[in-house]
Design a protein. Structure first.
Ligand code: GLU
Length: 293
């Protein structure tokens, strides 16, 4: 058996402790748990807490409490991303050595101003699949000397992927295998739609995209089961996996639960919060029915 094939399928639920879990998380966690059981596989919990300003120990404890209440069991130890910033920094160094990252100095306000200025002319600024404006070219066009002098002046900066250079380096169409509730089969990846994605922030030494691909690989995840809101992000993950020579998991993006206004549930949707429903006297079986499992 090739060494990158794991004898047992490995699933993971990977919430961020920046709010209380709601019914949408229950669907995701229970589905992961069910699929792992059905496949005779393993189920892991991963705490995605790289955003040190928004993630709290209280929310992390609430995740454990809610999942235990749902009757789920996961392997120990639980991987917490904030314990592994070194691993993400190493990956960034690797990408830097390949020449596909650059320091990005523009603040959110500066990006907004550039986009607004451009859109004054009546032309739309290109946006990513989540609707955010693509990062402007400004920083990519700076000379090495200029970058160096800005860094020496102590100007805060992030690190971004130079999408064009990364795609040129990979030089092959990417795809992934999808078994979820939307499009499925072999899905062509379109990382270019995201522009120069952020890999490391000035206030957090990693980003969602970078840490998720590193951890999925380090934990030997074979099946990524998560909401359809992350379907398009998979394009970026496939590109990073290819650049960093990481294995490719199978993907299953499940349906999202909506509120009465047809909007995706958010961590502030109080009435669908698991802790709230527990206090109302609901059982884990009630939650299973409510999320349609
Ligand atoms: N941490 C992400 C979230 O809470 C999920 C990441 C993933 O499943 O890939 O939305």
């Amino acid at each position: 058996m090739p060494s990158n094939v794991h004898p047992k399928p490995v699933f993971r639920f990977a919430p961020s402790p920046n709010g209380l879990l709601h019914l949408g998380h229950a669907l995701s966690a229970m589905l992961n748990h069910d699929m792992a059981k059905e496949a005779g596989g393993r189920f892991l919990l991963r705490i995605e807490d790289i955003d040190l300003t928004r993630c709290t120990p209280q929310y992390e404890q609430a995740i454990h409490d809610d999942l235990t209440w749902l009757g789920l069991a996961w392997e120990q130890p639980v991987r917490r991303q904030s314990d592994h910033f070194d691993a993400y920094a190493d990956a960034l160094t690797q990408l830097d050595k390949m020449g596909v990252v650059y320091p990005a100095f523009l603040t959110r306000g500066e990006v907004k101003a550039i986009v607004a200025e451009h859109e004054k002319t009546g032309k739309a600024w290109p946006r990513d699949p989540d609707g955010s404006p693509l990062y402007p070219e400004t920083d990519k066009l700076r000379s090495t000397d200029e970058r160096q002098s800005l860094i020496e002046k102590g100007i805060r900066h992030a690190w971004r992927l130079d999408m064009q250079k990364a795609l040129a380096l990979v030089n092959t169409p990417l795809n992934w295998q999808e078994t979820g509730d939307g499009a499925h089969g072999e899905i062509p990846a379109d990382p270019a739609a995201w522009g120069d994605v952020i890999l490391s922030r000035s206030d957090a030494p990693s980003s969602y995209h970078l840490s998720v691909v590193i951890d999925d690989a380090l934990q030997g995840i074979t099946h990524v089961v998560r909401g359809l809101d992350l379907f398009h992000a998979t394009s970026v993950h496939r590109l990073l996996q290819t650049l960093l020579a990481l294995p490719q998991p199978l993907y299953h993006h499940h349906r999202l639960l909506m509120d009465e206004d047809g909007k995706k549930l958010s961590k502030s949707s109080g009435s669908t919060g698991l802790a709230h429903l527990r206090e109302q006297g609901m059982s884990a079986a009630d939650i299973r029915r409510l999320v349609g499992l």
